[in-house]
Design a protein around this ligand. Sequence first.
Ligand code: HSE
Length: 460
Amino acid sequence: MYQDHFSLSASSPAGTAPPAAPAPLRVGLLGLGTVGSGTYAVLQRNAALIAARAGRRIEVRMVAVRNLARARTVLGEEPGTPLLTDDPQALVCSPEVDVVVEVMGGTGLARSLVLQAIAHGKHVVTANKALLAEHGAEIFAAAQARGVVVAYEGAVAVSIPIIKALREGLTANRIEWVAGIINGTSNFILSAMRERGLGFAAALAEAQALGYAEADPVFDVQGTDAAHKLSLLAANAFGTLSQYPQVQVQGITAVDAADVAFAEQLGYRLKLLGIAKRHGTGLELRVHPTLLPESHLLAQVHGSMNAVMVKSDAAGITLYYGAGAGAEQTGSAVIADLVDLARSASLAPAQRVPALGFASGVQPGLPVVGADDVESAFYVRLDLSRPDATVPRVLQQLAADGVQVQRMAPHPHPSDPELRCLVLLTAPLALRTLRPALQAVEAWPTVLGYASVLRVESLA
Ligand code: HSE
């Protein structure tokens, strides 16, 4: 096994006793699945290096799991192996534990255990975005009242230290927007559809086999997971609590391979983006498949990788890129939180970095702008019969309704030789303006429903 050369024992002058080693930070691990195992492996492998950075050792003292036999194969039998239990209640109140790492997932038992841990004065580190998106207000309030930390770097874009970037690195800035590819599974699927021509189902099966997807992959492909993460990014960017219920969410389940190809021919890539943006005195909070110019940096993010771009007034545009899923990748973020705790646990709560980045003035929420009022350019695909007669009428109708068409491209229909696909790119406008125009066109017998309406962003 790799051994590094870091040591915590300070050299002492000849004849004097060496100073006592600082007390370790004692960890209780709730869950030893993908993330728990990855966290444990990195903590073991890099123990001395991590201790040298943290100023004291970080030791897993207890692990609570459902399946003890499986956990024994992960932990081994060597001396110093943590105490293994199938009683998570015992772990969250154990006097042998300073910090509870919640990597079991879910929002039922996990919520209850995290609140119990806080009530027992334990700090909490979690990678559970659903838990914090849905119950963050309750959990952060409980932690504040008890004077303990709830840290969650692993909950958003796992390997990317984006929470630290927003609440510490960019702390001087008024943030205008945050936009990111924050679901690795969806990005993997869209990349596989574009690069290898895979269908949606085959690409999802690969993502599951590679371990990127949530236990319930519906969360990934319907945009729920990205909405959970976006609500945490927005909270840190704009000084609000999580506004997860107000995020407008559209996933990738209805994405048609033909649109991926047509977008590419127009010079665009289709990405599932989470966007949080100032809009007057409110916020846009949205997750949806989005066309990005192929030269945009976010359009270069392939496979399960994630990236988050931030526009702020002083720093300008900054970009953060890294693995969006994975055992040790998430472990890296969980351990970063543990190191922060090892350094700061003895500080008074007011001296620590605030959980959501604002020491005061955190608001319950800002008004969220409805989807109809969010402006962007649009990609519209209409499937037509008798295109020679229908296309001019479509363009006339759109113009009459105030929709400016900037580009137009006809294509053969992917499955029906009797039909043509008309692809249009509009100038920026509100969905409120586009919708009635499309509804009028859709009513014609030669238009077979509007097949696809996708937002186009320049994020310049
Ligand atoms: N299922 C998540 C994703 C894992 O695909 O991004 C990391 O949160």
